[in-house]
Write a protein that binds this ligand. Structure first.
Ligand code: NAP
Length: 250
């Protein structure tokens, strides 16, 4: 599947790549010839599975365990990638969690854990790769946010706030890094079939999706691949690309 091409010799770090959207993104970038770093928090077997799927198709990948909500773990993660691969060309900030509950009853701990990973984790990873990317005078950062960050959602005040925060972070980073050839964009999925959405009552939601189905991780990965690799995306920065079946318009 992989052949020597313009992306051979480039490295992508994908956070939360053991399952779901991150896994689809890792497979897709590896297929294009990039070396992929498969980050995960707990699922070492699943992460190894992603690595061996990539390798068995002739691609290059390795996994690194790190909780990307923790500053020292993020710094160690990025140092390890730089010592193994010497460069980071693409960062996909994908790792995310939900801890749903109505605001009135939401535990402070659930507020903090979601903000710590979904928002601070994006900040920590972006800051850690900024220096090598600035030195290279090139890089692409894609942050996986959510349409919930655009529209809000009852029972997800923590998640919506974290994903809305990612939008502000994306636009600010895009402005700071633009002069050095680094683009920063966000991808906002709607409802995608993964472990995160497996317990959702889909009937209620489907009526709000004009295209009438949940999306697939591969459809999100296609948008990420475009922003991360396509030469046509070089002039796109600070933008949000929605992959939501038309759920949120305007
Ligand atoms: P998922 O299937 O639950 O997978 C989550 C991934 O994040 C796993 O690989 C997990 O690793 C990793 N992760 C969790 N905590 C981590 C931590 N502290 N440090 C590093 N990695 C960690 O989720 P998904 O549905 O693919 O979602 C991926 C991203 O898309 C998230 O940011 C999510 O908010 C966003 N999103 C999803 C949807 C959707 O409908 N699914 C919609 C909009 C946005 P382990 O396997 O080791 O736990």
């Amino acid at each position: 599947m992989t052949s020597s091409n313009q992306f051979t010799g480039k490295t992508a770090l994908v956070t939360g790549a053991s399952r779901g959207i991150g896994k689809a993104v890792a497979l897709s970038l590896a297929k294009e010839g990039l070396e992929v770093v498969v980050n995960y928090a707990n699922s070492s077997e699943e992460a190894e599975q992603v690595v061996s799927t990539i390798k068995s198709s002739g691609g290059r990948a390795y996994s690194i365990q790190a909780n990307v909500a923790e500053e020292n773990e993020v710094n160690n993660l990025v140092s390890s990638v730089l010592s193994k691969s010497s460069r980071i060309d693409v960062l996909i900030n994908n790792a995310g969690i939900t801890r749903d509950g109505l605001l009135m009853r939401m535990k402070t701990e659930d507020w903090k854990s979601v903000l710590n990973l979904n928002l601070s984790g994006v900040f920590l990873c972006t800051r850690a790769v900024a220096r090598p990317m600035l030195k290279q005078r090139a890089g692409r950062v894609i942050n996986i946010t959510s349409v919930v960050g655009l529209m809000g959602n009852a029972g997800q005040a923590n998640y919506a706030a974290s994903k809305a925060g990612v939008l502000g972070l994306t636009k600010s980073a895009a402005k700071e890094f633009a002069s050095r050839g680094i683009t920063v964009n966000a991808v906002a999925p709607g409802f995608i079939s993964t472990d995160m959405t497996k317990d959702i009552d889909s009937e209620k939601i489907l009526s709000a999706i004009p295209l009438g189905t949940f999306g697939t991780p591969e459809q999100v990965a296609g948008a990420v691949r475009f922003l991360a690799l396509d030469p046509a995306a070089a002039y796109i920065t600070g933008q949000v690309l929605q992959i939501d079946g038309g759920m949120v318009m305007g």
